[in-house]
Write a protein that binds this ligand. Structure first.
Ligand code: ATP
Ligand code: MG
Length: 565
């Protein structure tokens, strides 16, 4: 479960709750809910809402429900329901036995609608959706009343029942609230409560052909679950009067105690990515990424596959805080947080991403030395391991230059470097493919006394490189990721997902070599590849026969750099 950080500033919603509890509102109860629509996979923005809703419940000795807001059968699927449950659980939250669906309440909502009709507060309207929009007016122009607004209660009850029974075509009629066509708030100009949709629902099948609108279903679902604080994002602020109107004009008191209060907070936006499910779905459907859990996606499943931990995501949500004004968070902060986590918790290993063969001519051909190295200098309790040193090794191609500039502190002809945890070596000869000029192999010698504890161990050389034994290393595929979009704010007005995608957001290196110890790595397990970044074993593509690693983040912390400027 989440921890509460007493040192972090208390958010404004907690202040409201504290005040409500003090005043004995709702008998001092605190009950929140996380209400996803199962029309896509959850993203990091949802993680913010999850941490907030479940976190506030925990912090205040209350409860939090998981509720699927499944009122639109055209866009919703069981696949999404299952993925959402998995993601919320993985983030570390537990709804216990409080899993609900708005569709659980369809019967009651239908009764309540009849209540509104009987009270003269709702009517069946035959205007088309285009006409409804025309009649609604604008911010500067009042609306006009629908010619159907004066239907009798009896006629409305009869038409509404026949709507439910499937007598009318889709789009031919709706049920509307009778509120105020002159209202300054467009949402209050006789909003639609029910529409006809002849579609199968993933839970109720063909039982219904009328479906409630969000603005009608949401307050009622909240009330029926006895939610006290209904937390949602800012774009619903203008809907709050309608939320309150629905609860004021419907008598649900036989079913539930108290009245929920809607509170709005700013949604999370991140640089270099898009966040709405609509745009994420477009990326998937147009094949710009390989599924919702592509490690470049800002989805929870994508971040999980990329190597993010639930702890890091919760920490991130904590750090960004909760505000009343929309803003965009630098994705470098998210990367900083996972880097901090993995710095403490990931074992160091050696992996050569672009191998260059190196032969130590004065090293006995049959000899193997098992050198002991630390797993994590940040966490000595993580122990030590052994790596084999042999005559034939691989180092990183970019750690060698045949004709280096002055400031190149790695290997070059006639120069020395230390091999990490092992010996100092010197390069004598470069072997090339004569036709292409490609460097095939380096011929070197080593200083046998230069190992830790040896007589020349203290000898200073400028560079240290990671390496693996050619004989023992395992082949692996490594996938390097970068921002999905080139522009910092691809979510801006008028941008579609195909715009300005980063063509280098995925680079696959198929011929890497990793140290032998990784043969035992488990799916999802995380490592620091020395000097290269943090990586995890891909799930599901990695197998013992073919190891596949995802780079979670590089080691370069742009966030910490900015902060230290
Ligand atoms: P999207 O536009 O991505 O489809 P949504 O708001 O339609 O988002 P829902 O499934 O309806 O998605 O959202 C469930 C809950 O998560 C809502 O309470 C919503 O306010 C919240 N939420 C969605 N996106 C964000 C975000 N970017 N930041 C914070 N909370 C969010
Ligand atoms: Mg939505």
């Amino acid at each position: 479960m989440t921890e509460i950080h007493p040192e972090r500033p208390v958010n404004f919603i907690q202040n409201i709750i504290t005040e409500d509890v003090k005043n004995g509102k709702n008998g001092g109860r605190v009950h929140t809910r996380f209400p996803p629509e199962p029309n896509g996979y959850l993203h990091i923005g949802h993680a913010k809402a999850i941490c907030l809703n479940f976190g506030l419940a925990v912090a205040n000795g209350g409860l939090c429900n998981l509720r699927f807001d499944d009122t639109n059968p055209l866009k919703e699927e069981v696949e999404y329901v299952q993925a959402i449950e998995k993601d919320v659980r993985w983030l570390g939250f537990d709804w216990e036995d409080r899993l609900f669906y708005a569709s659980d309440y369809f019967d009651k909502m239908y009764e309540y609608a009849q209540q509104l009709i009987r009270a003269g507060k709702a009517y069946v309207c035959d205007l088309s959706s285009v006409e409804i929009r025309q009649y609604r007016g604008t911010l500067t122009e009042p609306g006009r009343e629908s010619p159907y607004r004066r239907r009798t209660r009896e006629e409305n009850l009869d038409l509404f029942r026949r709507m439910k029974e499937g007598e009318f075509a889709e789009g031919s009629r709706v049920l509307r609230a009778k509120i105020d066509m002159d209202s300054g708030n467009l949402n209050m100009r006789d909003p639609v409560l029910y529409r006809i949709m002849k579609a199968d629902h993933h839970r109720t099948g063909d039982a219904w052909c009328i479906y409630p609108m969000y603005d009608y279903a949401h307050p009622l679902s909240d009330a029926l679950e006895e939610i006290t604080h209904s937390i949602c994002t800012l774009e619903f602020a203008d809907h709050r009067p309608l939320y309150d109107w629905v609860l004021e004009h419907i008598d649900y008191s036989g079913e539930a105690r108290g009245k929920p209060e809607q509170i709005e907070f700013a949604r999370l936006n991140l640089t270099y990515t898009v966040m709405s499910k609509r745009k994420l779905r477009q990326l998937v459907e147009e094949g710009h990424v390989k599924g919702w859990n592509d490690p470049r996606m800002p989805t929870i499943s994508g971040l999980r596959r990329r190597g993010y931990t639930p702890e890091a995501i919760r920490d991130f949500c904590d750090r960004i805080g909760v505000a009343k004004r929309n803003s965009t968070v630098d994705i470098a902060l998210l990367e900083h947080v996972i880097r901090e986590d993995l710095n403490r918790n990931a074992s160091r290993v050696m992996a050569v991403l672009e191998p260059l063969r190196l032969v130590i001519e004065n090293y006995p051909p049959e000899q193997v030395e098992w050198l002991e190295v630390e797993n994590n200098p940040e966490s000595p309790e993580m122990g030590r391991r052994q790596v084999p040193f042999t005559r034939d090794l691989y180092i990183e191609k970019e750690d060698f230059m045949e004709d280096p500039p002055k400031k190149f502190f790695r290997l070059a002809p006639g120069r020395e470097i230390r091999l990490k945890g092992a010996y100092i070596i010197k390069c004598h000869q470069v072997i090339k493919d004569e036709s292409t000029g490609e460097i095939l192999e380096l011929r070197c010698t080593y200083d046998p006394d230069s190992r830790s504890g040896g007589p020349t161990a203290g000898r200073k050389v400028k560079g240290t490189s990671h390496w693996v034994s050619a004989e023992y290393a395992l082949p692996a595929e490594v996938r390097l990721y970068d921002h999905l979009f080139l522009g910092e704010e691809p979510d801006g007005e008028g941008q579609e997902s195909g715009d300005r995608l980063n063509p280098e957001s995925l680079v696959i290196l198929k011929d890497c070599r990793v140290e032998k110890n990784l043969a035992r790595a488990l799916p999802g397990q995380k490592f620091q590849f020395l000097r290269q970044g943090y990586f995890c074993v891909d799930e599901p593509d990695s197998t013992p026969q073919k190891l596949v690693f995802n780079r979670t983040v590089s080691l370069r912390d742009t966030w910490a750099k900015q902060k230290n400027k």
